[in-house]
Design a protein around this ligand. Structure first.
Ligand SMILES: *[C@@H]1O[C@H](CO)[C@@H](O)[C@H](O)[C@H]1NC(C)=O
Ligand SMILES: *[C@@H]1O[C@H](CO)[C@@H](O)[C@H](O)[C@H]1NC(C)=O
Length: 168
């Protein structure tokens, strides 16, 4: 069998399962960029330093997400509880000066649906104690597996997060 036939079969088989969803962006690079954009928008919304992160967390993560932060393993519920603690720390500890940004974002799309893999790196920090305090600027990263659901939404099913932001 030729490679092109094999690819055709694989795509035909995979698209049967999600026949109801719109086709993936055809161009693989654009599909990857779109996926990486979605991941960054989601992270911006659920990063726990601003009001409303809880709702964004519920939207972005699959109920059966496999999550880790450094070496600690989390479920959806325990991860959200941990984020609640981070929120107190980031919102209170930096007196409203906490910010984050991306340093890189790589999106690799699945062959036949709108899911795939995203790797991001970034910075996070602020002025300890608020305005006038010393600047703390650290790095973070995440490896993210995104799946297309039966209702054609994207959900994060795996989230591997690491950060250098220690206790301050
Ligand atoms: C933290 O460092 C990054 C990377 O050098 C930089 O882009 C960002 O502006 C810095 N943030 C602050 C608040 O200084
Ligand atoms: C992750 O590990 C870094 C480096 O040891 C540490 O500074 C930070 O507090 C850890 N964060 C969490 C949430 O465990």
């Amino acid at each position: 069998m030729q490679f092109s036939q094999l690819v055709g079969l694989t795509i035909a088989g995979a698209s049967l399962a999600s026949a109801a969803c719109p086709p993936r962006i055809e161009d693989g690079i654009k599909a990857g960029d779109d996926l990486a954009r979605w991941a960054q928008d989601s992270i911006n919304a659920f990063f726990p330093f601003q009001d409303g992160w809880q709702d964004a967390f519920d939207v972005a993560f699959s109920a059966d997400v496999d999550a880790t932060f450094n070496a600690t393993v989390f479920t959806f519920d325990t991860f959200k509880t941990a984020y609640e603690g981070f929120y107190q720390l980031l919102d209170g500890g930096f007196g409203g000066t906490f910010e984050h940004g991306f340093l890189s974002a790589i999106g690799v799309p699945n062959a036949a649906d709108s899911g795939g893999f995203v790797t991001v790196t970034g910075w996070e920090g602020g002025l300890i104690g608020g305005a006038g305090g010393p600047l703390l600027n650290t790095t973070d990263a995440a490896f993210i597996v995104i799946e297309e659901t039966e209702s054609c939404e994207r959900k994060i099913v795996e989230f591997r997060e690491t950060s250098n932001l220690g206790k301050f």
